[in-house]
Design a protein around this ligand. Structure first.
Ligand code: ADP
Length: 474
């Protein structure tokens, strides 16, 4: 059988119960008996001394008769449930509360020795073989004229002490049973609050281990176990999400590679079998070239993304003039802009603006954002690039008055392969990777990028960069 935590706990519980009984039966039992014996001996000793000082001394001084003392001792015998003796140091019995006075028959306790108590005032035993059962015998000397004349000895059966000890022990046993039953509450608590949730967690981990990352389980407690369960299911959901993302990514990549390849294959086959006449070849070959450009762009973008994901190694930071980069990038789009009559308006803070960043990567950010701004702008419109410096940061804004982005897709544009107009076929060359690369670059710099857009009115992308010390000196 599998050893479960529950079985171990149950075993611990039973061991606790067993040892509880053993302790009560041995240690508690012996200490209670010892305590009762001392208590009884003390009480009897007090009685014995009293008798020794009063009746017994009077008897030895012949101030009272044997019968009077016997009558007194009889009463005390009944009251104490004990046998009272008056005995001479030689061992001759003078009076015995349990037998009538008989002066004719002299009774002598053979081998009587008052030192038997060994420094104490009581002894336990058969009292020189006088009794069959064990007796607690208490001694008190009778003195007169500074001489020991005899002893008052009170005997009480140990059986009586044992039975009062037993009734006290019974109470202990009952208490122990009550305690044992009450501690069942701990077992129930343990089952409900620890064992059951742990079983659920174990079951869940088994499911996750077998690959079922979508397995759901519910633990409502607000304690460490609840926290563990929540962390575990969060971990599983994150793994599931990553798996889904990966599948989606592969599907997107394959799709984006397949469509240009299909068209390249189609055109080439058509040229080979003569469907496209030789005089048209040039036109279709340039389409084929365009498609291969798209494939190259896609491959490069994927490589960039892959490098960006491998954190730490990607940035080659230096101090450079951001204004210069903005001017250069804007200039490289001049041809595209003039063909569509789009103007780029630069509103830059300062003649130079030094920032500390990876120059190539920031150039790529500008390229992506400006490329999009132009792509989605109407003819005869203006794109505004503005920089603002504030507390060691420069905020760069690229604003167009183009088609804008619908509110419901604003969040999606940062996702890999997201192209809102791909279905409209307006942007055939777009890979849907540009903005996710841009975002990764800005985040790798520890900075932020945001978008404000209204559909039909235009979009504004704003990102921040850290200014460099060189700029502060200016
Ligand atoms: P792509 O490489 O296809 O341009 P991006 O990641 O750069 O991909 O952009 C994703 C999508 O975000 C685009 O397909 C477009 O729908 C939207 N988008 C990006 N920039 C703009 C903009 N300036 N105006 C309107 N839509 C934009």
């Amino acid at each position: 059988m599998r050893k479960t935590l529950y079985l171990k706990f149950l075993l611990g519980y039973l061991i606790f119960g067993f040892f509880g009984f053993v302790v009560v039966a041995t240690f508690v039992s012996s200490t209670t008996l010892e305590h009762l014996r001392r208590e009884k001996a003390d009480a009897l000793y007090k009685e014995a001394t009293l008798i020794a000082k009063t009746y017994a001394t009077d008897l030895y001084n012949s101030e009272t008769s044997l019968d009077t003392v016997k009558a007194q001792l009889d009463a005390l015998d009944t009251y104490l449930s004990a046998t009272i003796w008056i005995i001479n140091p030689s061992g001759r019995m003078v009076l015995n509360s349990s037998t009538p006075v008989d002066v004719e028959n002299e009774i002598v306790v053979e081998g009587f020795d008052p030192t038997i108590t060994a420094g104490s005032y009581y002894t336990v035993g058969t009292f020189f073989d006088t009794f069959d059962d064990e007796m607690l015998s208490v001694f008190a000397p009778i003195t007169s004229n500074f001489k020991v004349r005899g002893y008052v000895v009170i005997h009480m059966p140990m059986q009586a002490i044992q039975s009062s000890c037993d009734s006290l022990l019974n109470i202990s046993y009952i208490l122990l049973i009550i305690l044992f039953l009450l501690s069942l509450i701990i077992l129930i608590f343990f089952t409900e609050m620890v064992y059951m949730p742990l079983r659920k967690i174990t079951e869940a981990t088994e499911q996750y281990a077998s690959g079922n990352m979508h397995y759901e389980f519910q633990i409502d407690s607000q304690d460490e176990i609840g926290y563990l369960a929540a962390s575990l299911s969060y971990m599983a959901s994150e793994i599931a999400r990553t798996e889904d993302d990966q599948k989606k990514f592969v599907a997107n990549v394959s799709h984006d590679f397949r469509s240009p390849l299909t068209s390249i294959k189609g055109y080439l086959e058509a040229m080979l079998d003569g469907t496209i006449p030789p005089e048209m070849h040039e036109k279709y070959l340039s389409i084929v070239l365009n498609e291969t450009d798209r494939l190259t762009k896609l491959t490069n973008s994927l490589l960039t993304l892959n490098n960006l994901n491998t954190k730490g190694m990607l940035l080659d930071k230096s101090d450079f003039d951001l204004n210069q980069i903005i001017r250069n990038t804007a200039a490289s789009f001049e041809g595209t802009c003039s063909s569509r009559n789009i103007s780029i308006d630069l509103v830059l803070t300062g003649e130079t603006m030094y920032v500390n960043a990876d120059v190539d990567k920031i150039q790529q950010v500008f390229y992506n954002l400006l490329d999009n701004a132009i792509k989605f702008s109407h003819q005869n419109s203006t794109i505004k690039i503005e920089t603002n410096e504030k507390s060691n940061k420069v905020y760069v804004s690229i604003k167009d008055s183009g088609i804008g982005i619908p509110k419901e897709v604003l969040k999606l544009i940062w996702d890999r392969f997201y192209k809102s107009d791909s279905s409209r076929g307006k942007d055939r060359k777009g890979t849907g990777l540009g903005l996710s690369i841009t975002k990764e670059i800005i985040h790798a710099h520890g900075e932020h990028i945001n978008v404000i857009s209204t559909e039909g009115e235009g979009s504004e992308f704003i990102f921040s960069l850290a200014t460099s010390a060189i700029d502060d000196e200016d």
